[in-house]
Design a binder for this molecule. Structure first.
Ligand code: PGA
Length: 258
């Protein structure tokens, strides 16, 4: 299984700044077998960054942060994954900011996962409990609900094309009063997610689904999260905006893998 290091830039960096960042990254990283490096810039930067990458497309993959589930049509202001084919390899689906700021529901996310798979783009499905849900002991229920809310119509063949990211909302740096998640707590939730996948799809298939961790990851704590059994990579927000930090995390992932 590959290790995935994904940088989610959210609504940050202009097209010019994104291009300078990518240049720095291209200079500093070497392709490493088994390590997949992915960046999710703003949608307006995807095309220029795709051109800038050129043949280096195998070194760094592009990811879209959001899209609409229909392929074409009268949906003013939306972008579909059909339009993004050939430009991105990955698409974030169900990030907590989409769920809580923009009101996306499991029904929307189910359609998005299906649209991404239909268009040969790997969905990175984010799931995670809020602080309240955690305090009320609802973590397992929330994870199950968000996982199968989005995957209920995905069969065993297609679930292998999905990446799941566990992102406890209370640990995401953009959340007010965010806390750093203890690796033991993360391990517990990762285990839960893997067991849920096993129950529905069987052990063999469940083990083929990469599960990432995300939430206040930085160069100092990345190693602890990456070495949790069953964690296949990281989804990084704030720290991925600083290219030196992102490179440090990539280097760390390389060392852990080798
Ligand atoms: P963070 O964001 O690393 O800034 O906490 C992670 C995410 O929201 O994907």
């Amino acid at each position: 299984m590959k290790t995935y290091i994904v940088g989610n830039w959210k609504m940050n960096l202009t097209v010019g700044e994104s291009s300078i960042y990518l240049q720095k990254l291209l200079k500093r990283i070497r392709p490493t077998k088994g390590l997949e490096i992915v960046v999710a810039p703003s949608v307006i930067a995807l095309q220029p960054l795709g051109i800038q990458l050129g043949r280096a497309k195998s070194k760094i993959k592009l990811c879209v942060q959001n899209f609409y589930h229909r392929d074409y049509g009268a949906y003013t202001g939306e972008v579909s994954v059909t339009q993004l084919r050939g430009l991105v390899d990955y698409a974030i689906v169900g990030h907590s900011e989409r769920r809580y700021v923009f009101g996306e529901t499991n029904k929307d996310l189910k359609q998005k996962v299906a649209a991404a798979i239909r268009n040969n783009i790997t969905p990175i499905l984010c799931i995670g409990e809020t602080e309240n849900e955690r305090n009320f002991g609802e973590t397992a229920d929330v994870l199950r609900d968000e996982l199968f809310g989005a995957l209920s119509e995905i069969d065993a063949d297609d679930v292998k094309k999905v990446i799941v990211a566990y992102e406890p909302v209370w640990a995401i740096s953009g959340t007010k009063g965010a806390k750093i998640a203890a690796p033991d707590d993360v391990a517990e939730s990762i285990n839960l997610i893997r067991n849920e996948l096993k129950e529905i799809y069987g052990k063999e298939i469940a083990e083929e689904v990469p599960v990432l961790y995300g939430g206040s990851v930085n160069p100092n704590n990345a190693g602890a999260y990456l070495t949790i059994p069953g964690v296949n990579g990281l989804l990084i927000g704030g720290s991925s905006l600083i290219s030196d930090h992102f490179v440090d995390i990539i280097e760390l992932a390389k060392r852990i893998r080798s």
